[in-house]
Each structure stands twice: as C-alpha cells, then as structure tokens.
Design a protein around this ligand. Sequence first.
Ligand SMILES: *Cc1c(COP(=O)(O)O)cnc(C)c1O
Length: 218
Amino acid sequence: MVADNLKSVLSKLPPEVKLVAVSKFHPAEDILEAYNAGQRRFGENRPQEFAAKVAGLPGDIEWHFIGHLQTNKLKLVLPYASLVESVDSQRLLDAIEKWGSEHDKVIDVLLELHLGAEETKGGFTEEEILDIFRPDRRSSYRHVRFRGLMGMATNTDDQSVVEADFARIEALKNKLNQEYGLPDFTELSIGMSHDWPLAVKHGATIVRIGTAIFGSRS
Ligand SMILES: *Cc1c(COP(=O)(O)O)cnc(C)c1O
C-alpha cells in the first residue's frame, strides 16, 4: 500500500520538486517499503525517533529533520541530518552554529517562517529573518549554510487562506534572493498531504508528505 501511495504522489509531483516522505510515528518496515520502491528522502520530527531510525535503516537515505529541536538534543540530529528544515528560533540557530563550530561541520538549514494564525506554531517573523540576513550578522554564521525557507500553511479548508500563506513565504524567499543573491539559498519547503498542489503553484522545491504515503498516524 505504501508503495502504491508513493507511486501515486510521484505521478502527480513535477519531477524537479523534491519529495520528503514524512515517516514520523510509522515503523521501519513502512519506511523500507517506500525505500524498496525507490524513495530515498525521509523526514522525521522527533529527535529520539529520528536517531533510532537513522541507526536502523540503510545508509543511503537522505534524512531531513522537520520538527521542533531543543538545543539539548542537537547531538541526536545534527550528525545525521542532510537538512534541518525547522530552525524556528534565534536560540536554536545560535546553538547550531556553536555545535557546528565545535564539531568542525557546516549544517544545512532552512529557516521556518511563522505562517498562519495558530498561536502555538513556532517560527520566525519576516522581520527576524530579514535581520538574520543582514550581511554583518549572516557572516557570523560560519557553520550554518542557509539553504532556504520552510513553512506550514494555516490548517484550513479555505484555499484562499492557504494560498495567501504560500504567497507570503514565496515572496520573502524571492526578496532575499534579489537582495542578497545567495547561491545556496534555493529551497522553499512548503506543502503537506492536503495542500501540496497549491504549494507547487507557489514555487515549492520541497514538499513534505506523510499521511498521503503512509496513512494516518493514529
Ligand atoms: C507531519 C508533518 C508533515 C506531514 O504532514 P501530512 O499531513 O501527514 O502530510 C509535514 N511537515 C511537518 C513539519 C510535519 O510535522
């Protein structure tokens, strides 16, 4: 079933958009089923589960970390993540820089822009992100490679609200690209199972799809 679902998603996704199969809460066997069907990029959102799955699964998987990361859990994630998509606070960004400096490693990250109305969702404001990119500040991050932006649209059936969220994050990415011309700053990770077609319309280069591949998590 997982393999069929994967095939169905891939048949609709433009080939240049990268698929992160979000396997959180699902067992290793399900991941292997997708792996055996050709999928190599997976996403997890809890550090402990992330580290356990990395250790138990094939070494050529590209792991993305997509959840809230506490600064005392960096060692479970940073050695193994190809991309930390969910850098959602100044404190975390600074902790990653420090960890990278201590381990002589450059960490690829996306900055998470707070979208939508939900109070509980984390992420930076646009002003905070623009401020990070001021050349004097950006150059102090020598162990962080800024690869793009990540966001989660408002959870609603109202497509116009979702589109407005995606349009806002797309505009911020374009603005940063225009102002600073950063060659590595290419990724826009937006779109989940229920809203990824709209995300693709708004420039998504990465979509993070869980339920539509692995089924519900309950
Ligand atoms: C769980 C999760 C997803 C996938 O959500 P689905 O609705 O199952 O596709 C995508 N992004 C993040 C950050 C998530 O936590």
